[in-house]
Design a binder for this molecule. Structure first.
Ligand SMILES: Cc1cc2nc3c(=O)[nH]c(=O)nc-3n(C[C@H](O)[C@H](O)[C@H](O)COP(=O)(O)OP(=O)(O)OC[C@H]3O[C@@H](n4cnc5c(N)ncnc54)[C@H](O)[C@@H]3O)c2cc1C
Length: 387
């Protein structure tokens, strides 16, 4: 058994590194375990304006500013949703490395080791690695979708709350990307021939483009086949994707909360906390996990510094962003319904702020669905009186 540490963080992604940075800055003896860094995590790499206004990210880390999101309906209707505040597009390799180095500069220690097991003994944790055991007073689970501390404390994610993704990293000359893409990204809602409940995306970087599909884990279709077909038929993809210099296929899981109850599980106690995607903190509609990874990392660290305990973490995150993350409590299932989406595009034409409101949680899905019902009833009675 080597040196003992006050806090051991399992996972050096955005959640773990942010937590380590705030702890180390206040002199807490903190160690991060991550066997994979530096690595390119499978991710769209979109940074929200919330993240960019809360944290200082150097301009050279931002590959591209994103000033709009062009949203496509399943029948290829489109609306451009112009952001009030700029978002950013990053390479996860550079972004995560920047955050990890920042934590190390403040005095955090990093071991390029995988934690194979976590055992709690007399209020302390023993973390087992191939180089032996490490004793830590407090444990932070920041290992993402497969986080080990979550499995030990509250169990793995039920498959219902997971989505599968498949994407292509398409390398181009920088000039090609500049010529074919403006400063924005593309969100494609698709019907169940392609993804079931889910969507597609296209995100430009400096000299590459990510195009991918994500949907509920239970969907039986083949995402690789769907994407291949979409590249031939979707007007946006046909227009934008020429002949890349190289193509890399990737696949990953992402947490996609389906019910309000999902967020009610315990994330902490006095001497442990689970943050970032390991805690399930991914926006149910937008798939934004990076903002919540960094915010939960910061909140956990600041709580620990103030109280020498993580006990109040569940109260704290609910206060900070609870309302924002649990919006689909009245029916996320309906959101991916083709007719609901097409209707949304109809009424949103010329009024993209409706989408804004829906994503910001200001327009309840319930209200929106009630409006659809009313409109359908009106159409039906009109048809009846016409005939
Ligand atoms: C296809 C796809 C697209 C996405 N697009 C976006 C997007 O555009 N914008 C956005 O905000 N979010 C996006 N997300 C979500 C986002 O990627 C995650 O929510 C985010 O990475 C979570 O950060 P994290 O630090 O919690 O976990 P991670 O980034 O997953 O980092 C966890 C780290 O812990 C390490 N680790 C795990 N277990 C152990 C262990 N036992 N021992 C040591 N180390 C361990 C891992 O190797 C990893 O480096 C996307 C996800 C997917 C799959």
């Amino acid at each position: 058994m080597g040196k003992k540490y006050e806090v051991g963080i399992i996972g050096g992604g955005p959640a773990g590194s942010t937590c380590a940075y705030y702890l180390a800055r206040k002199g807490v003896d903190v160690i991060i375990f991550d066997h994979t860094q530096p690595r390119e995590k499978v991710c769209g790499g979109i940074l929200s304006s919330t993240l960019l206004s809360r944290y200082t990210i150097p301009v050279d880390i931002i590959e591209r500013n994103l000033n709009f999101c062009e949203v496509y309906s399943p029948t290829y209707k489109k609306i451009r949703w112009t952001y009030k505040k700029t978002h950013g597009s990053v390479s996860r390799k550079k972004f995560d490395w920047f955050l990890l180095e920042k934590a190390l500069d403040e005095g955090a220690e990093w071991k390029k080791l995988k934690v194979n097991d976590v055992e709690e003994k007399r209020g302390r944790f023993i973390l087992s690695t191939k180089e032996g055991e490490f004793k830590v007073e407090n444990a932070v689970g920041a290992g993402g979708v497969n986080g080990i501390l979550r499995k030990k404390k509250i169990g793995a994610f039920p498959t219902k709350h997971l989505s599968k993704t498949y994407d292509l990293k398409l390398k181009f000359e920088k000039e090609y990307v500049d010529e074919h893409f403006e400063d924005g990204w593309y969100l494609l809602f698709l019907d169940d021939r392609y993804v079931g409940k889910g969507y597609g995306w296209l995100v430009p970087k400096k000299d590459y483009v990510l195009v991918g599909l994500g949907c509920e884990l239970e969907y039986k279709g083949n995402l690789k086949k769907s994407l291949k077909e979409l590249l031939q038929v979707h007007p946006l993809l046909k227009e934008k994707i020429g002949k890349p210099k190289s193509v890399k296929e990737r696949a990953a899981l992402i947490v996609s909360p389906k019910t309000a109850e999902f967020f009610k599980s315990k994330h902490c106690d006095k001497n442990w906390v689970i943050i970032g995607e390991e805690g399930g903190f991914v926006h149910p509609l937008e798939g934004d996990g990076l903002t919540y990874a960094m915010i939960t990392g910061e909140l956990a660290a600041k709580l620990y510094i103030a109280n020498s305990s993580f006990e109040d973490f569940d109260k704290k995150w609910v206060e900070e962003f609870g309302e924002k993350i649990v919006i689909p409590k009245d029916g996320i299932e309906n959101f991916y319904n083709k007719s609901v989406l097409d209707f949304l595009f109809d009424i949103a034409e010329g009024k993209p702020e409706l989408i804004d409101q829906l994503f910001e949680g200001k327009l309840e899905l319930k209200t929106f669905l009630a409006a659809i019902k009313k409109k359908t009833e009106m159409n039906n009675s009109k048809k009846e009186s016409d005939s």
